[in-house]
Design a protein around this ligand. Structure first.
Ligand code: F6R
Length: 247
């Protein structure tokens, strides 16, 4: 299903409310909530609203376990562009989550350690009972996570090469495209698919063409987000400009 909101703020508040409800329902049952998280511009207001709910409405994250979708490779956690730093600044530094419950792909690994790391990332998610909810943005290439065109529907967590357009879109953060890492570690399409609920968010008319392809286009490895059409557990949450090309 597709839900369209007048603007990103209203949409983000609705998404944060769903996350908060999941966390509280799990708390009531004495269980953990296992969340798959995204970085980038799109989820920033969701995280801000979660921080507000923590501060003003006593939402606790003590029972929350998180797995981030991706990280650039190579990447030092302290670097300005690292997704570790992004998550700390946007969310983790402001809530009561147990640091041991945070998982983000490790951009500091040596090449030969990456495969074992990716296998253990998948295994850890499974041991915890799988992702209850995965939050996604969408790149202009149609990527979800950093699953660029050509990604297999059953792909797992792995090292990937970033698409040229993705690197161009990240150029501003890195002070030039030549400084954007060529690679990333990302959860796979298959990893994302196993989540019990998936929410893909997109704001802005710049995303309208790729949103149209993702929602209405033919299934294709050229637009990895089209695979989401195969899942019954996906909701596309859009603002009006991002939804403007949908029929
Ligand atoms: C980020 C991620 C990416 C972004 C996508 C959109 O963890 O996995 O797929 O969601 O590139 O980025 P923004 O939100 O910056 O437009």
């Amino acid at each position: 299903p597709v839900t369209v909101y007048p603007n990103p703020i209203e949409a983000s508040i609705a998404v944060a409310a769903r996350i908060a409800k999941l966390i509280r329902d799990k708390q009531a049952k004495g269980q953990n909530a296992v969340l798959g998280l995204a970085t980038g511009v799109t989820p920033i207001s969701v995280y801000a609203e979660l921080v507000r709910l923590h501060r003003e409405e006593a939402l606790s994250f003590k029972n929350v376990i998180t797995f981030n979708l991706d990280e650039y490779y190579p990447m030092q956690p302290a670097a300005a562009q690292s997704y570790v730093r992004f998550m700390n600044e946007q969310l983790f530094d402001h809530i009561d989550i147990d640091r041991a419950n945070i998982h983000i792909p490790d951009g500091t690994l040596t090449q030969e350690d990456i495969v074992a790391f990716c296998v253990s990332y998948e295994k850890r998610i499974e041991e915890l009972g799988g992702l209850d909810l995965q939050i996604l943005g969408i790149g202009r290439t149609g990527h979800i996570g950093f699953n660029e065109p050509g990604s297999a529907p059953n792909s797992g967590t792995r090292l990937v090469t970033l698409d040229d357009m993705t690197r161009a879109d990240a150029a501003r953060d890195f002070g030039g495209k030549q400084n954007v890492p060529a690679k990333a570690i990302t959860m796979g399409i298959g990893t994302i698919f196993k989540a019990r609920e998936i929410i893909l968010m997109a704001w802005n008319s710049k995303k309208a063409p790729i949103v149209k392809k993702a929602v209405e286009g033919e299934l294709s490895a050229e637009v990895p987000a089209t695979y989401l059409q195969l899942s019954d557990n996906v909701e596309f949450i859009l603002d009006e400009p991002a939804a403007s090309q949908l029929t």
